[in-house]
Design a protein around this ligand. Structure first.
Ligand code: G4P
Length: 525
């Protein structure tokens, strides 16, 4: 098959949600439709269970298991679909942000009872930065939830994106009767607990008396009224606006009851984008380019200390990836060959010989690769777009064993390459401060430094509110700022200047006093 045909077949996406909205359940139902798994319950292992939420060893173990479900490939209606898993635990939010750089679109799950929750807001902000196309799935319609019109308003207000309902619920909770698909102009009736779905009943004319027979006169009247209102408020579906990340089509359903999932999938394969051109620091590269290129967006360490290798996840961006062929590692400027590249098909990993744009390849690595690295046939420039976000918790690293300084340095460097946390080194005194999104990472780092590198350290809490990457159009002003605030200036892993602000009020004051300096909460600006 030609490269262009392979590209046109691919849909690479991620599902995002606040924990418990139904991401795992929806993933599982999608895999059932794709024939990638045979029975429900198979994906549960990737989820961090309630009892493990504060137990980091248990979480690491489960994250180990979840390597297998990090990328789930399946085929549906002649499309090759790559579904990238995103960790639900908010302490691992950075992992999720990075995974979102490797997808071409996103499905967002919202619990109709709880509405838009905080984690969804944060993840959506990442999608908006990249103009990633988003489809929303409002879940748990079998429960008494918020009014659907209010939910749409809430999405628009909190997530700052226009919505376009493509299906509409008939009742909710105990009175939930089904959905009317505006996309297919068909009625889908709900039977709780039903595993497979009947074909929808096509109803193009809403005044068809059959509608009254099927759902009762009062629900039929309500549906007609709702849809009339919808037509007045929301314009026709505009695929271009969706592809530009301006409008999110919305579906309603109940993942656990397998209801509304197939309509979502059918529409997804119709409208979601195939792999698109991506920018490196030098040029924009189309997926159809003959020469291979791709980037590393995730690294997972092997939990077994006897096998120190790691799996690096590579997103293929152009050309075709061939096993055993040497590729250029642009940061290190050297050639690397991967003889045991792995593809992911549901829960099985298999050695692959060829991969195409949109595919994710697992590469076994012994320390050459780090997040953000580009591999390519020629020097096309490093792929852009894997930013770091300001961490929330900061602690200074204190070496507890003077004889093991080198091991500590190495361990810290490798853990940072994996993206476990961020390291900031102060200009003054070379103090090292680790920043994370969640408290759990400190335990993970301490444990892994000791068990994998034989180094011991303590963490001392720091009074830091945010790490702000700084720049200015005025080099003199920047120099003056760095000199006047030298106690609070650090460098990130790439040597970029960072101002470590102690509090929000202080940051505001500093911003007022130094109008020529720009302060960013994200490393890419
Ligand atoms: P997550 O990955 O987003 O964290 O959520 P997950 O799919 O694990 O779903 C969270 C809970 O919500 C699960 O219940 C799941 O069964 C339930 N759920 C998912 N979809 C629906 C739905 O359409 N309707 C209703 N009523 N519930 C739904 P749990 O009790 O935490 O787990 P389990 O014992 O059911 O596995």
């Amino acid at each position: 098959m030609k490269l262009t045909e392979e590209i046109a077949k691919r849909r690479t996406f991620g599902i995002i949600s606040h924990p418990d909205a139904g991401k795992t359940t929806l993933t599982e139902k999608l895999l059932l439709f794709g024939g990638a798994i045979q029975k429900a319950g198979a994906v549960k292992s990737s989820k961090i269970t309630d009892h493990a939420r504060s137990d980091f060893m248990e979480i690491e173990k489960q994250r180990g298991i979840s390597v297998a479900t990090s990328v789930m490939g399946f085929t549906y209606r002649d499309r090759k679909i790559n579904l990238l898993d995103t960790p639900g635990h908010q302490d691992f939010a950075e992992d999720t942000y990075r995974t979102l750089t490797a997808v071409d679109s996103v499905v967002m799950v919202i619990d109709c009872v709880k509405g838009v929750e905080i984690q969804t807001e944060k993840l959506m902000a990442v999608c908006r930065r990249r103009s990633t196309p988003v489809i929303a799935f409002i879940n748990k319609l079998d429960r008494e939830g918020k009014d659907p019109f209010d939910l749409l308003d809430e999405i628009e207000a909190k997530l700052d994106i226009k919505v376009q309902p493509l299906s509409w619920p008939i009742g909710m909770g105990k009175r939930f009767k089904g959905v009317y698909s505006l996309y297919e102009q068909a009625l889908h009736l709900f039977t709780p607990g039903q595993r497979t779905l009947n074909e929808g009943i096509t109803i193009t004319d809403l005044h068809d008396p059959q509608l009254d027979k099927l759902i009762g006169t009062s629900d039929a009247a309500q549906l007609r009224e709702d849809l009339e209102l919808l037509q007045g408020v929301y314009p026709e579906f505009d695929r271009q606006a969706y592809l530009q990340g301006e409008v999110a089509p919305v579906f309603f359903g109940s993942a656990v009851n397998n209801f509304g999932v197939r309509e979502l999938l059918d529409c997804f394969v119709d409208i979601a984008p195939p792999p698109l051109p991506r920018a490196t620091e030098k040029q924009v590269i189309a997926p159809e380019e003959e020469a291979f290129s791709g980037f590393i967006f995730k690294i997972h360490a092997n939990m077994d200390p006897r096998h120190r290798n790691r799996i690096a996840f590579l997103r293929v961006c152009s050309g075709q990836f061939e096993r055993k062929k040497p590729y250029r590692h642009l940061r290190l400027q050297k050639e690397l060959k991967f003889s045991n590249a792995t593809a992911f098909m549901a829960q099985d990993k298999e050695i692959i010989d060829l991969a195409y744009p949109g595919d994710i390849v697992g590469l076994y690595d012994t320390g050459n690769l780090k997040i953000g690295d580009t591999l390519a046939t020629t020097d096309v420039g490093m792929y852009k777009g894997i930013p770091s976000f300001s961490p929330e918790i900061f602690k200074e690293v204190i070496n507890r064993d003077a004889m093991k300084g080198k091991q500590l340095d190495k361990g810290l460097r490798q853990l940072m390459d994996e993206g476990v946390a961020q390291l900031f080194t102060y200009e003054m005194g070379s103090r090292r401060v680790v920043g994370t999104v969640g408290a759990l990472q400190f335990e993970v780092i301490k444990y892994r430094l000791e068990h994998e590198y034989g180094a011991r350290c303590d963490f001392q809490p720091q009074q830091i509110y945010k790490a702000c990457w700084i720049d200015s159009d005025n080099p003199r002003a920047l120099k003056e700022f760095v000199e006047s605030k030298y106690r609070h200036i650090a460098r990130d892993k790439d040597g970029k200047l960072v101002f470590m602000a102690e509090s929000a009020t202080w940051l505001n004051m500093v911003q007022d006093n130094f109008p020529d300096i720009r302060f960013h909460f994200i490393s890419e600006f």
